[in-house]
Design a protein around this ligand. Structure first.
Ligand SMILES: [Zn+2]
Length: 168
């Protein structure tokens, strides 16, 4: 490229491009909107959502026995209900940062209520569960990955207190 060429290019580069005419926003129909939302949920080629992929991956980590200490079977082998035996430690609703983290779960029997005891009764009971040390170890991995907002939740504060007050 010679010098004049380069100058021409620079001059051209400085000429502002004509602004594209503003087109009125097209209204998306409710149907299209719903379809777009659905498409967003489908993130892998086989049509699974990330959440579904996560459940399927965790299924491989399940032992087949509820880890709360009850000694009963979990739903690992149940193609319909295996997801219900995978209990998030940090609930996905409050902790999106770690909702797909491979360590953010414990194995709980669904039938018979071990999963709901984990989710719906006082967190203080976690300390008495057979896999408390597992929960505790997972806490130390997951806690640094959370956002400040997530760490400001009551859930986090309570769990952190339990973890530090109930060492091995
Ligand atoms: Zn159990």
């Amino acid at each position: 490229m010679d010098k004049d060429d380069a100058m021409d290019r620079m001059r051209l580069a400085r000429i502002p491009k004509p602004k594209p005419e503003k087109r009125p926003m097209r209204q998306m129909s409710e149907k299209t909107k719903a379809k777009k939302e659905e498409e967003k949920k489908l993130l892998s080629s086989d049509g699974d959502t990330l959440m579904e992929q996560w459940y399927k991956a965790r299924r491989k980590n399940l032992t087949g026995t509820c880890q709360c200490g009850c000694g009963e079977s979990s739903q690992k082998k149940d193609d319909m209900y295996f997801r219900h035996s995978i209990a998030h430690i940090f609930p996905k609703r409050l902790f999106p940062s770690v909702m797909y983290h491979p360590l953010n779960f414990v194995e709980r029997r669904f039938w018979g209520g071990c999963h709901s005891v984990m989710d719906d009764t006082s967190m203080d009971r976690w300390v008495g569960m057979a896999d408390w040390l597992d929960i505790r170890e997972k806490f130390f991995v997951l806690a640094p990955l959370l956002t400040d907002e997530e760490r400001a939740t009551n859930f986090y504060t309570r769990l952190e207190k339990l973890v530090y007050a109930n060492a091995a």
